[in-house]
Design a protein around this ligand. Sequence first.
Ligand code: ADP
Ligand code: ADP
Length: 233
Amino acid sequence: MLEIKNVDVFYDKNQSEVLIDINLQIKTGEIYAIIGPSGCGKSTLLKAISGLTPYSKGEILLNKKKISAKHHTIGLIPQNYGLLTWKTVFDNILLPLNIKGRQIDKTTLTNIDEIMEKLEIRLLKDQFPNKLSGGQKQRVAIARAFVLQPDILLMDEPFSALDALTRENIQELFLKIWKEQNITTLLITHSVEEAIYLGTKIVIMSPSPGRIITILDNPVHKIENKRTSLEHL
Ligand code: ADP
Ligand code: ADP
């Protein structure tokens, strides 16, 4: 359970607020799709959760503990993929494990191999990111986020730079892996369609300074949809 309680963010003490009184309680295994106008603080919210931006009020708890990279594993897929250009695809995927000081044993390597297989990037293992298409980079970023089996996954407009066909294909691959790990996810998107497709809940934010206007249940999101259609057979 991720609990965001009364969180305010200012970028500068004397400046106006960026986020006002953000409250969210996210159960394990939910995908919260966050929609709001550009500049309303969506990226800032993800940065506050991941510890990249300080918040001036409130608290953020993951499984009842103040969220921190020390106690939790946080998977982050930033807007521009965040791949290191001087490292190969494989080394990029290994990065979170190295940062966490995890042992790279045989089981880990098998696990990485499986994830790369599912995302159809195994053959790209030794390539450098500059040589990859947008869709390929995105799949590497997804592999890197999932490799630690994170407690929480934060995605900042992960599919928006892709053409429609590539996007659909990668959304499917993402859901396939996501379902196996069932990771609590926050997904920023500016696409209502994407929010409805992927979000179990849809959070709508106001224009800047960002507040949460409403949180909607999404009975027709892809995951639930599959379950209900099977029940109806
Ligand atoms: P969104 O992701 O919803 O487009 P952001 O979180 O990127 O919005 O930005 C929210 C507001 O905070 C904007 O007004 C933006 O200009 C401002 N902002 C973002 N990053 C910084 C920063 N590092 N310093 C000061 N202001 C910032
Ligand atoms: P993004 O959301 O694209 O990952 P940021 O959150 O860093 O990037 O920035 C979002 C917006 O905030 C951009 O429009 C950027 O120009 C603005 N911004 C970033 N840093 C600052 C800053 N130090 N002061 C004011 N505005 C900023």
